[in-house]
Design a protein around this ligand. Structure first.
Ligand SMILES: *[C@@H]1O[C@H](CO)[C@@H](O)[C@H](O)[C@H]1NC(C)=O
Length: 547
């Protein structure tokens, strides 16, 4: 904080404003618009997506909950779901999950049978989505979605021969280096478990989850980041630990973050900032932005302003501290997206209240770009606004073409299309400035790439660019998270070690990269590989890291 004050003290706020306006005009020619652009993709996808994930086929799973009553899209082939236990609709012929294909901009209904309300998930090594828990009949369910190319008929499969060891509502999943998945916490569930469980392995008590519980239950959807040493960073409420899941040992306790609670229902969001070969993938930095004040959930009429702070901590440091920064405006329920340019996009959310039904006000329509490498005080940039509020139960996901897909927002218990903040069925995309036509001459196109990467082994990518390449072209891998409640479970970005682009003639280049060193840095699985030239990304190709 002190550092920020010193920097701002040197420049008057008027000077900063002039600098900022000059920058925006430079970035956008003389049109004076804020960077970035918006497009409406589909006016009605039939459901309000609460959980969203991009598959390695490039299709996108949109998922709501089953006990919400009729959605606005029917199940395929006249299929209906009969559930005598459903409290809203026992004979339901509508879909509560759909598959979106960005290539054709079309959707098709998927069949989900048990309740996925506030559930969790992760893609495993073979690209299958393993999706767990929820509420009611779904609270111990394990579900699978094996992706298929667009036009295929892949659908949810709900396991009948296995189930979770505990009720998991508001848990977080993380793929582990050994290929299993850990499921952390849940409402009144202070344990972790593994999927698949080893023979005889039950749920495992984690006192930290109990210690971070409070009257608002601010320990839900904990932020879980797999660190390059193979341990897990787990953050709940305002506290965090380094957790060795193999021995069930808490190795470190980190300082408490300043400000209010940061997890559900006081949702901020969190990312593991890009891991990079520049330091041998040895340093890991966690960032947490926004949240609500304690009490906003318990006392909604107060419409308490959301947090306007972000904390950054190098969790691999021997004596780490939270470095606090101030966002341009307060925000809860903001999604944080790792962009291929290695910047962070903060998008969606509200400026007052908390998560929950009808508990938030003053939507955040402007996304904010955060540039981790810029000087302190110069890192945030306000971007072009949308017209569509996306607050509770909305999502944001990076697409392989570099756009951000925005879905959902339902601040009501049921689908409600009148009053303030109606249930949102529109699908929208935000294009960061790096997709601007003004920058097209820098955009690389990947024309040759391996399908598989093997730990530590070199590989070669061929790219072409409209004008000659002048600097280093980065190769950055980004996993596809399971996004829900403004947090991308399993999101990680790896900046690989690369050699200078070798010219092959005709603005075509060969780039030799080195695959990540091990499964702690990058668990085996599918990643989007972007070639990035001076911050301008190619369209990604999917590569599979294999051990
Ligand atoms: C992919 O992995 C999942 C989870 O481990 C497993 O259930 C499934 O059978 C695997 N699919 C294939 C095609 O190997």
């Amino acid at each position: 904080m002190r550092k920020i004050n010193r920097i701002t003290a040197r420049h008057s706020s008027r000077e900063l404003l002039i600098l900022y306006i000059a920058f925006v005009f430079l970035a956008r020619g003389v049109r004076g618009q804020l960077p970035g652009s918006w497009e409406l993709l589909i006016a009605n996808v039939g459901i309000a997506s609460m959980h969203t994930a991009v598959t390695y086929d490039g299709t996108v799973i949109l998922l709501d909950r089953t006990d919400v009553g009729a959605s606005k899209i029917n199940l395929a082939n006249g299929f209906c779901r009969d559930d005598p236990q459903d409290q809203t609709l026992t004979h339901d012929c509508t879909a509560h999950s759909v598959l979106y294909d960005p290539a054709t901009n079309t959707i098709r209904p998927l069949t989900i049978l048990t309740d996925t309300w506030c559930s969790s998930g992760a893609f495993v090594a073979n690209g299958t989505m393993v999706q767990t828990g929820g509420d009611l009949d779904g609270i111990r369910k394990i579900r699978y979605f094996v992706p298929c190319p667009a036009g295929g008929s892949c659908d949810w499969v709900e396991a009948t021969d296995q189930s979770l060891q505990a009720d998991r509502w508001y848990s977080t999943n993380q793929l582990l280096p050994d290929g299993r998945m850990i499921v952390v916490g849940g409402r009144n569930e202070f344990t972790v478990e593994f999927v698949p469980a080893a023979p005889g392995e039950g749920k495992i008590w984690l006192q930290f989850l109990k210690d971070t519980n409070d009257m608002e239950m601010d320990n839900l959807y904990p932020y879980v980041h797999l660190l390059p040493d193979g341990n897990l960073f787990i953050f709940a409420n305002r506290d965090s630990i380094l957790y060795n899941y193999r021995s069930n040992a808490v190795l470190r306790t980190y300082p408490t973050i300043p400000g209010g609670p940061r997890n559900y229902p006081s949702a901020g969001s969190s990312v593991l900032l890009p891991l990079t070969a520049e330091n041998g993938f040895s340093t890991a930095e966690v960032m947490i932005c926004g949240g609500a004040q304690y009490g906003a959930f318990l006392n909604p009429p107060a419409q308490m302003p959301a947090s306007n702070t972000c904390g950054r901590m190098t969790v691999t440091d021997p004596s780490p501290v939270w470095n606090m920064e101030t966002m341009p405006s307060p925000r809860n329920m903001g999604d944080m997206i790792l962009l291929p340019s290695r910047d962070v996009l903060i998008i969606n959310g509200a400026q007052a209240g908390s998560q929950g039904f009808g508990l938030a006000w003053f939507p955040c329509l402007n996304p904010v770009l955060y540039q981790p490498k810029a000087g302190q005080g110069l890192r945030f940039m306000v971007l072009s606004p949308t017209t569509i509020p996306r607050m509770y139960h909305s999502t944001a996901n990076l697409l392989p073409d570099g756009r951000i897909l925005l879905a959902g927002s339902n601040t009501h218990y049921y689908y409600t299309f009148d009053g303030d903040f109606p249930t949102e069925l529109r699908l929208e995309a935000f294009s960061p400035e790096y997709l601007s036509p003004n920058l097209a001459s820098l955009r690389p196109t990947i024309i040759g790439t391996p399908v598989f990467l093997f730990y530590n082994l070199a590989f070669t990518v061929t790219i072409t660019t409209p004008i000659p390449v002048t600097g280093i072209v980065e190769l950055n891998l980004i996993s596809a998270p399971f996004t829900t409640h403004s947090y991308g479970q399993g999101q990680r970005l790896l900046q690989l070690s690369v050699q200078s682009a070798m010219p092959l003639g005709d603005n075509t280049y060969s780039i030799t990269g080195s695959a990540p060193p091990n499964s702690n840095v990058a668990p085996a699985g599918y990643y989007m590989m972007f070639a990035v030239n001076q911050g301008i990304p190619s369209i990604a190709v999917w590569v599979q890291i294999r051990s």
